[in-house]
Design a protein around this ligand. Structure first.
Ligand code: UFG
Length: 343
């Protein structure tokens, strides 16, 4: 009998990592989670354990600490890694670039080096649609040009993609897939895991759910004078469980040797553009509530519109976003209520 595939999930206590751990286990794989809990706590791991009924091994380690991280490679028998562990606040990265370069680059370089040195094979990197910047043509395909990054955060995503491409080019036993996420939102249908931002949320959906919960007074819609149908920005909001499933497909592709190149890139989105106003109104409708919101000035650094051409992921990964926006926004509210103890 073939051995079960085992995947190391770095940053697996976080929002995307915990959902991915659940889907990997659901797909019959073993998972080891590492996290230094810098921007998360054990609730993500505990939630994933409850959902799956598996006592998922967890190691509290910083991937930047090479010696400590190498110990995980000695202790556990995995052949694939999904690297989520990174800082992700765009504004903070502008104010404190070295924090971002040091953490996001060093941790990924350790991952790649340790995978290579220990003779392991498959690496999935969490990249972002941010690499496309303000795209000249929409929707963006994987062949659309990357634009110069407008933040150190975005730059680390581009640099890590390059680190993966170059390392796979140099080390014949390695394979890599960069997944370019659009805007992940929502929560697991169990409401046992979800997004738990620390402090004031920077992203739209957590700000909406916290406003609905009465934690924030009023949502600011950043700009209503963009050249879009209703004046607000357009994004491609991808359900978190669908996004997690894209990671399972990426790992399977490499394990089963179905990849066409040893380094590949896939957009992970829905292919549908949704405006901020549309998102707010859909949230109100499906959850049967009124949200306090006002129009505010544009936010510096926001692109007007971006959404994905997902045909490559559809055909090559055999993956497609499935959960309707309505259901995703219901799950986001169910999670917020669960966290706040609201009935
Ligand atoms: N927005 C508001 N009010 C808020 C928060 C956001 O109107 O309080 C608007 C933004 O202006 C934007 C849209 O909601 O038009 C989405 O904003 P998010 O902050 O949720 O997401 P972004 O598209 O700005 O950022 C996401 C990821 C980043 C990534 C970026 C670019 O969170 O990590 O996409 O791909 F870098």
């Amino acid at each position: 009998m073939n051995k079960k595939p085992c995947v190391l999930v770095s940053g697996g206590a976080g929002y995307i990592g915990s959902h991915t751990a659940v889907e990997l286990i659901g797909a019959g794989m073993d998972v080891v989670i590492t996290d230094n809990l810098a921007n998360s706590d054990m609730s993500g791991v505990e939630g994933a354990r409850r959902i799956t009924g598996v006592d998922i091994p967890f190691v509290d380690v910083d991937c930047c600490d090479r010696a400590a991280f190498a110990e995980v490679f000695r202790r556990y028998d995995f052949d694939s890694v999904i690297h989520f562990a990174a800082f992700k606040a765009v504004g903070e990265s502008v104010d404190n670039p070295m924090k971002y370069y040091r953490n996001n680059l060093a941790s990924f370089m350790n991952v790649v080096e340790l995978m290579h040195e220990s003779g392991r094979h498959n690496i999935v990197f969490s990249s972002s649609a941010t690499v496309y910047g303000e795209a000249d043509e929409l929707p963006v395909t994987e062949k659309s040009p990357r634009k110069p990054a407008t933040s150190p955060y975005g730059n680390t995503k581009q640099m890590c993609e390059d680190i993966l491409r170059d390392s796979v080019g140099a080390y014949p036993s390695l394979k890599g897939i960069a997944l370019r996420y659009f805007n992940p939102i929502g929560a697991h249908p169990s409401a046992l895991i979800g997004e738990l931002p620390r402090g004031v949320p920077q992203n739209l959906v957590p700000y909406i759910t916290q406003t609905a919960a009465g934690i924030r007074e009023c949502l600011s819609v950043f700009g209503d004078d963009y050249p879009t149908p209703d004046g607000s920005c357009l994004r491609d909001y991808i359900d978190i469980v669908d996004l997690a499933k894209a990671h399972v497909a990426a790992i399977r592709r490499m394990i089963e040797n179905k990849n066409k190149e040893r380094y590949e890139i896939f957009n992970v989105g829905t292919g549908r553009a949704v405006s901020v106003f549309e998102l707010v109104k859909t949230f109100e409708r499906v959850n049967n509530l009124r949200l306090n919101y006002k129009v505010a000035p544009r936010r510096a650094g926001d692109v007007v519109a971006i959404w994905a051409d997902t045909s490559l992921a559809n055909s090559e990964l055999g993956w497609k976003a499935e959960r309707p926006l309505e259901e995703t926004l219901r799950s986001a509210w169910a999670w917020e209520k669960h966290v706040r103890g609201i009935e």
